[in-house]
Design a protein. Structure first.
Length: 384
């Protein structure tokens, strides 16, 4: 058996396989540790919109939220504007304090109500974080009501001091939260579908590109470089259509909820699959199968920078910029819109189409400057 092992190590492919396994560890470790470093310290880059319509205690509470919350708190011009920003994922939550908030808090017959609007068509970490923040705000509001100024407000209403004290003490549970969920996602499995589809699609594109590169090298003596390049693109298009259909069918059959039609989702996956294929083939055209090293780097970088697992707002400026330049970001955005609901998918679709054209153009340029092996002339007898 020792001799068999030695024979394996005499094969170049064995060494390459071991090196590739180690390379995956190296690349993913470096990219993920640098990409997610400092994420918890960047919660201030998430935005919460506070819409206050109450000039009394509501204004005090809104000011307190600006000071205490570890997020960027903005003041939209109206509740409608805030809800639109939430739908566009420009803010992560809307906090609405109604006009009768002070009156409701001061009454013994009612409770103050704060409304929290959340958009679940988002990364799962946003959903969990905002639910926790809403509970924190309600607790802070109750504490603030009991500690700041409410007793004086009651006294100014000519309520006897003992009664005012009793009412103020009861304010620790006088405020409640109500939740408005837009684009609800029923299950954790559904929430992870965009990440899964992007991961499966890029890995598949990498492997397809590698095998097409090997096939192209084997056909060098039989076909010109342009014939082989054109054939690769035809195979890419056909594979994107077929694999896209297969992938969407599986996701649908396995119970994933979709807000848009099957055809819309199929068309969009076909588009980002083709964009992935054209990107993956660039490095293979440049470096042969050695270009897989760069594709592994891109795989890891896109998983981090696309916003599939952690909100892009919480990444460093470098990884946010990297995400803007890579197609996975737009694939995740469009998939969330189609699967869960959200704004139009036109913008991410156009970004993917433009990306595919750029990568295809680079592939054409690389093919143009590469030296192609001259094909042997065919005799008239052979042609007949």
């Amino acid at each position: 058996m020792g001799g068999v092992v030695k024979d394996f190590f005499k094969q170049k492919t064995t060494i390459i396989g071991i090196a590739t396994a180690a390379l995956f560890q190296l690349i993913f470790s470096v990219v993920w540790m640098t990409g997610y470093s400092g994420v918890n310290e960047r919660t201030s880059q998430l935005q919460i919109a506070v819409v206050n319509e109450d000039a009394g205690f509501g204004a005090v509470l809104a000011a307190s939220l600006h000071e205490q919350l570890p997020f960027t708190v903005i003041k939209p011009g109206s509740l409608t504007e805030a809800r639109d920003q939430l739908e566009q994922r420009e803010v992560q939550m809307v906090v609405h304090i109604p006009a009768d908030f002070s009156e409701a808090v001061s009454s013994t017959e009612s409770k103050g109500m704060i409304t929290y609007a959340m958009n679940e068509s988002n990364v799962v970490t946003i959903k969990n974080a905002m639910a926790s923040v809403a509970q924190q705000i309600t607790a802070t509001a109750n504490q603030l009501a009991a500690q700041h100024g409410v007793q004086q407000t009651l006294a100014s209403m000519q309520i006897a001091e003992p009664q005012a004290e009793a009412l103020a003490a009861g304010l620790t549970s006088r405020i409640e939260g109500s939740y408005e969920i837009s684009n609800p996602v029923p299950d954790m499995a559904d929430q992870m579908v965009p990440m899964m589809m992007v991961l499966a699609s890029y890995v598949g594109s990498m492997l397809l590109g590698m095998n097409l590169e090997q096939s192209s090298a084997a056909l060098t003596s039989r076909h010109s470089k342009w014939q082989r390049f054109t054939a690769r693109q035809l195979i890419n298009v056909g594979t994107a259509v077929i694999v896209g259909l297969f992938g969407v069918t599986l996701v649908t059959l396995l119970g994933s909820s979709t807000e848009h039609s099957f055809l819309s989702l199929w068309g969009f996956q076909t588009l980002f699959l083709f964009a992935f294929m054209t990107l993956a083939q660039v490095f293979l055209l440049l470096f042969g199968t050695g270009g897989m090293v760069f594709n592994i780097m891109l795989l890891s970088a896109q998983l981090v920078s696309s916003g599939a697992m952690v909100p892009r707002e919480m990444l460093s400026g470098f990884y946010q910029g990297l995400g803007d330049a890579l197609p996975a970001t737009y694939a995740v955005e469009g998939l969330m819109n189609l699967l869960f609901g959200g704004p139009s998918t036109t913008a991410p679709a156009l970004a993917l189409a433009a990306s595919a054209l750029v990568y295809l153009g680079i592939g054409i340029a690389v093919t143009a400057v590469r030296r192609g092996r001259a094909l042997p002339e065919r005799s008239a007898f052979a042609a007949n």
